[in-house]
Design a protein around this ligand. Structure first.
Ligand code: GLY
Length: 311
């Protein structure tokens, strides 16, 4: 499969020697679960060295971080392609783009995702076909070869480079916050699709067409370094949706809880995702941000430029 050039290391001296052969940007990945925060992308050689040392030394993620993957940085737009697979047939859902950095204009540290939009127009049908044949088809072939009866999601994180799409990562789950834009685009059809996945009868005709969707994540004070709990969330009704409904807007809960008085409070890093759906990306974005402006809590962290460049 097309990927960046990379090496896998457990020994610091070998990792450092490989790092010294690369040009920036440097990508240092933790080979273990790190809550979406195990990747450093930096132009600073010293920072890259420090990160490798901390990961291999168990400082950053304990045992989960003691193998690192060092990659050449790839330039381009990143696309999340969620593919449904029923054991035989694989079909792509709307291509989405996730905004991983915490601040506007991609400033600050990586997060689990601060917002997303779909469909991603530059991921043309031709490029989707290329990903299906160069990345998804070999994956499916390998699953068959190994006699693995997998049915579910193949979620490929792909960089659209000048040398074609390159695989950055694979997940066997839906993306977050990509799902908060994908699910509303398919609505009830998603259930037939997932049933098809489960029963081995996925039907391309159930995919149909879709509108545009934008989601904006509201995170808690201190995110992504820490996550303050217990801040009272204003603007939601008892059903957890907007107290003053806006057409085409859905509120997804991630890190919320009810306090003793029955009020919604923050209870995690990413607290809520507010999705707007409409016929155009601009309108979907306006709806998402109109919804987000109605939901407030102390220390709320959000980006203001989700889908701005494509609206
Ligand atoms: N949005 C990135 C992920 O779900 O892994």
């Amino acid at each position: 499969m097309p990927t960046a050039n990379f090496g896998v290391f457990q020994r610091e001296d070998e990792a450092m020697a490989y790092l010294a052969t690369l040009l920036p940007p440097y990508v240092i990945k933790t080979d273990g679960l790190a809550a979406g925060k195990g990747v450093l992308v930096t132009d600073d050689f010293d920072e890259a060295c420090r990160d490798v040392k901390e990961k291999l030394g168990g400082v950053s993620f304990g045992d989960a971080g003691t193998t690192v993957v060092i990659e050449e940085g790839l330039e381009g737009e990143e696309c999340s392609l969620t593919v449904l697979f029923d054991g035989e047939h694989a079909y792509a859902l709307a291509p989405a783009q996730d905004f991983k950095r915490v601040g506007d204009a991609n400033a600050g540290p990586n997060t689990g995702g601060m917002g997303a939009y779909a469909p991603m127009e530059i991921m043309t049908p031709g490029l989707i076909d290329e990903v299906m044949s160069s990345i998804i088809a070999p994956t499916v072939g390998e699953l068959h070869k190994r006699d693995i009866a997998y049915r579910g999601v193949l979620y490929a994180g792909v960089m659209l480079t000048s040398r074609g799409p390159k695989l950055l990562e694979y997940n066997v789950r839906f993306g977050d916050p990509e799902t908060e834009v994908i699910a509303p685009l398919y609505g009830a059809r998603l259930f037939s699709l997932l049933r098809g996945v489960a029963e081995g009868s996925l039907d391309e005709s159930s995919l149909g067409s879709y509108q545009c969707a934008v989601t904006v994540v509201l995170a808690s004070h201190g995110y992504p370094v820490s996550a303050r709990r217990g801040d009272v969330i204003e603007g939601l009704g008892p059903d957890g949706q907007l107290a003053s409904a806006i057409e085409g807007v859905t509120v997804f809960h991630a890190g919320t809880a009810l306090d003793d008085e029955g009020r919604f409070v923050t209870a995690g890093g990413r607290v809520l995702a507010i999705t707007g759906v409409a016929n155009t990306m601009g309108e979907a974005r306006d709806r998402a941000y109109a919804g987000a402006s109605l939901v407030t809590f102390e220390g709320r962290v959000m980006r203001h430029d989700i889908a701005l460049a494509v609206s």
